[in-house]
Design a protein around this ligand. Structure first.
Ligand SMILES: [Fe+2]
Length: 452
């Protein structure tokens, strides 16, 4: 019997033929919190880790049509638009000593199942891929947790999943102080940056193929959109880092040349209105969350590359902060949404008590909505002329609800709608009570006197 699910043009497999019910216990008990006390981590936690170079001779970008069958690519082109998912911080480790494994698993499963259902229900018009915004595996990106935190939760997601690493994917530990027990990003490279597709050594019996990304930073070219993914290193607090920031960090392999080159490569098609450009980076450049509070150095690096290339992104997506937040930044007279959705299932975190209310303008950016501290995910749709970014919450045991959405006119560079609140399909309660029903046999009513 042929597999009814998607098979990529290079034999890639995605969803299970018959996905099992959600699990309620880990296959491998997650005890990696203990490594925060290891000598290597304690000594090196404030230091950047080396970035693995790209595989030799591989271009810095991937093409979506190498991952989905031609009829699906043709259907997207025919429709004239593409839809895809993005979210970070999906790992289902226990977020504290008092949280049960069953709750951790259920929090991630609620998000992953809602995303999988959206793919299933959408068919050729539904999401074409999922771009993970980092922190796939808690707490130290270990290979042995890929089954419980990635392959099993997304076993029914019948589309390719691309990813940039988050700090937890690159963090390392060790019982000595001079070298980590396992090199940084070791398991991430195995599962996302393999030389060829095939089964993962970390997936158990699950069929999803490993991905063939050229490096931990790369671009995905899809019809109507390119997603440039940056790797912002391993700091838990203190912000993301993609360069030495003027010699402050001993980073040999920075991503500035990559970002400038990719923006310049994509500029002609962006100028022609044929594709949108989205930058994704795990640490949010802008944030009001309690832990990170944004990354000024990262923002400056990205800005410098955009200025050098003469090309700015249409939107910037991040994870890391375990909530949803949306800013609009004004750059050269254009509105650019900066959206954080680190809401994939791990440790929802409230924002700072000092967080300003929605509508507050800070320099060149505005906080558009009060941060939403609920698990959920982003769905994006673009035809290269407009871009819509929606946030849906998928709580454990609750309904999937769209809580925010913004639409951008990419030609004018202006937000055309940014509704807050529950969207059509899940109508808001009426603001005013319904008028009382008229009597069955109304008496004739005198016309009211005019007021002046
Ligand atoms: Fe993170």
């Amino acid at each position: 019997m042929p597999n009814p699910n998607l098979t990529g043009p290079k034999g890639q497999l995605y969803a299970e033929p018959k996905p099992s019910p959600d699990e309620n216990a880990f296959q491998v008990n997650n005890n990696s919190e203990q490594y925060y006390q290891s000598p290597y981590y304690k000594l090196h936690k404030s230091q950047v880790q080396p970035i693995p170079p790209a595989r030799n001779g591989v271009p810095a970008y991937l093409t979506l049509s190498d991952f989905i069958p031609k009829p699906l690519t043709d259907a997207i082109k025919q429709a004239g638009k593409i839809t895809f998912h993005a979210v970070g911080d999906t790992g289902a480790a226990k977020s504290g000593p008092h949280q049960s494994a069953a709750v951790s698993i259920a929090d991630e499963a609620a998000v992953a199942d809602a995303m999988s259902n959206e793919v299933q229900d959408g068919g050729p018009d539904g999401p074409a891929f999922f771009f993970h915004l980092g922190d796939v595996i808690y707490n130290f990106g270990e290979a042995q947790y890929y089954y419980d935190q990635f392959y099993e939760p997304f076993r029914a997601y019948d589309r390719p999943i691309f990813a940039i690493p988050g700090n937890h994917d690159g963090m390392v530990f060790g019982q000595g102080s001079s070298a980590p027990q396992v090199p940084t990003l070791d398991a991430f490279l195995t599962n996302f940056c393999a030389a060829s597709p095939g089964p993962s050594p970390d997936a158990g019996a699950i069929v999803r193929s490993v991905m063939t990304q050229p490096a931990v930073y790369f671009t995905l070219d899809a019809p109507f959109v390119s997603v440039i993914g940056l790797y912002s290193n391993v700091m838990d607090t203190g912000g993301g880092i993609i360069s030495s920031q003027g010699g402050h960090f001993p980073l040999v392999n920075d991503q500035l040349d990559f970002l400038k080159a990719e923006l310049a490569r994509l500029k002609p098609e962006r100028t022609a209105g044929k594709r949108a450009i989205i930058i994704v980076v795990h640490h949010p450049p802008l944030s009001v969350d309690a832990k990170t509070g944004g990354s000024a150095g990262l923002m400056q690096d990205i800005d410098a590359c955009c200025k050098a290339a003469g090309q700015w992104p249409d939107a910037v997506l991040s994870g890391h902060a375990h909530l949803y937040q949306r800013f609009t930044r004004t750059v050269n007279g254009r509105d650019v949404p900066y959206v954080t959705s680190g809401s994939g299932g791990f440790a929802a975190t409230v924002p700072q008590h000092t967080a300003p209310p929605a509508g507050t303008v800070i320099g060149d950016h505005t906080l558009e909505v009060d941060p939403i501290v609920k698990f959920g995910y982003l769905t994006l749709t673009t035809d290269a002329k407009t871009l819509t970014i929606s946030f849906k919450t998928a709580p454990r045991g609750g309904p999937v609800l769209q809580l925010d959405s913004v639409t951008l006119d990419l030609v004018k560079g202006k937000i055309t709608s940014g509704a807050v609140g529950v969207q059509p399909g899940h109508p808001k309660p009426p603001k005013h009570p319904k008028p009382p029903k008229p009597p069955k046999h109304p008496k004739p009513v005198k016309p009211p006197k005019k007021k002046h």
